[in-house]
Design a protein around this ligand. Structure first.
Ligand code: MG
Length: 382
């Protein structure tokens, strides 16, 4: 794989208003993880209204600070009081210049990612360029990976697995927690056979100083997983490095990697064999492209992780999933997470693949009427 070309500057747009749009949607399939049950999503959209075009982006912050410290009410407040004033005072309509300008605000990568992407989306639509082609995507379509929640019974897990496979899932990723890892994965492996790609995601729920936890991960090692994702706490990089030496299963990091610098640290320690890349977690699509490029340099396998996005966020993730270094199937649940969705759900076609959008920008905007009843806060250009 050759070196990636630098991101091309785009003509700035003249931003006239930016809206924070909040809407709540029920999930078609509830998802239970080590952090608790999710049955609905509070969706925060960024809507940029520029003279040349509009832009849309979805902020992936969740209702509670359980995946990351950031949560949706905090993201809205950070945008309103800190990021939007800085954007208005800086290069508002030029995403590549705006990103470094927003670095004055520490943390809050999901809020920042959404603002940057909404501006970028407007620029790309004005320039009639797709996000995928601008980022350097080479795939026209990608396989759909499904995420399965934890279940009270093995039968429940196997039933959900059958549903996801029937809908076209190319791989299954299963949420696990201490005491609910080795046995359910063994049953699932026996049920689906040796060839289906299986991953487990612990969301940092195991502890490196707990012998019972490590013993359970040793037993999980016998289920031929593609990777074990974020077994330990996000800041326990040395623990992950020790686990990577102990297990045959590659250790995948998700929550731990919040920047190019943390990826470099994790790789230097031997803590990261595979990367789950979520643009919201690393501050946006420009940062995600830089991290992708490092994965290519290092030969590190990577895949795009999902945050229960609507069709708006899925389209933007698909653009990233089409990059040549994204070598494993992305999270694109083939069952769709919302029905109705805010935008095209981007489900797999008859070939089991999901098309990478090639329309201008992300290629996604809310359906007419989809935002009826949404809470909208509008910030006008000064
Ligand atoms: Mg994860």
């Amino acid at each position: 794989m050759g070196a990636m070309t630098p991101l091309e500057p785009l003509p700035p747009v003249e931003v006239q208003a930016i809206e924070l749009v909040t809407v709540r949607l029920p999930l078609t399939t509830p998802l239970r993880s080590a952090a608790g049950d999710r049955t609905e999503r509070t969706v925060l959209l960024l809507h940029v209204l520029a003279r040349e075009a509009e832009g849309w982006a979805e902020c992936v912050a969740e209702a509670a600070p359980t995946y990351a410290p950031e949560f949706v009410d905090a993201a809205r407040l950070t945008l309103r009081d800190h990021l939007l004033p800085r954007a208005w005072a800086g290069p508002t309509g030029d995403a590549l210049a705006l990103g470094p300008h927003l670095d004055a605000v520490r943390g809050h990568p999901m809020a920042r990612a959404a603002l940057e992407l909404a501006v970028l989306d407007a620029q790309l639509r004005a320039a009639y360029r797709s996000l995928a082609s601008w980022l350097g995507a080479t795939a026209l379509a990608v396989p759909a990976g499904a995420s399965l929640g934890m279940h009270d019974s093995t039968e429940g897990l196997l039933t959900e697995a059958d549903e996801a496979i029937a809908a076209g899932a190319a791989r299954l990723r299963v949420k696990i927690a201490p005491g609910r890892a080795a046995a359910p994965l063994r049953a699932l492996r026996d049920h689906v056979g040796p060839d289906l790609m299986l991953q487990a995601d612990a969301n940092g729920s195991f502890r490196s100083d707990c012998p019972e936890h490590i013993e359970e991960l040793d037993r999980l090692d016998a289920t031929a997983l593609t990777c074990l994702e974020q077994p330990l706490a996000p800041d326990d990089l040395v623990g992950h490095a020790r686990l990577a030496l102990r297990l045959d299963t590659p250790v995948c990091l998700d929550e731990s990697v919040t920047s190019l610098a943390t990826l470099d640290t994790a790789v230097a320690l031997g803590a990261c064999g595979i990367l789950c890349l979520k643009p919201g977690r690393v501050g946006g699509w420009v940062q995600a492209r830089a991290i992708h490029d490092r994965c290519v340099e290092l030969g590190l396998p990577a895949w795009v992780g999902g945050m229960l996005e609507t069709g708006i966020g899925r389209a933007a993730n698909l653009a990233l999933a089409g990059l040549p270094g994204m070598t494993l199937p992305p999270d694109l649940d083939p069952r769709g997470r919302f029905d109705p969705d805010l935008a095209d759900r981007r489900l797999p076609g008859a070939d089991g693949l999901v098309a990478v959008p090639n329309d201008p920008g992300t290629g996604a905007a809310p359906f007419d009427g989809a935002l009826a009843g949404a809470d909208i806060v509008r910030s006008l250009a000064p």
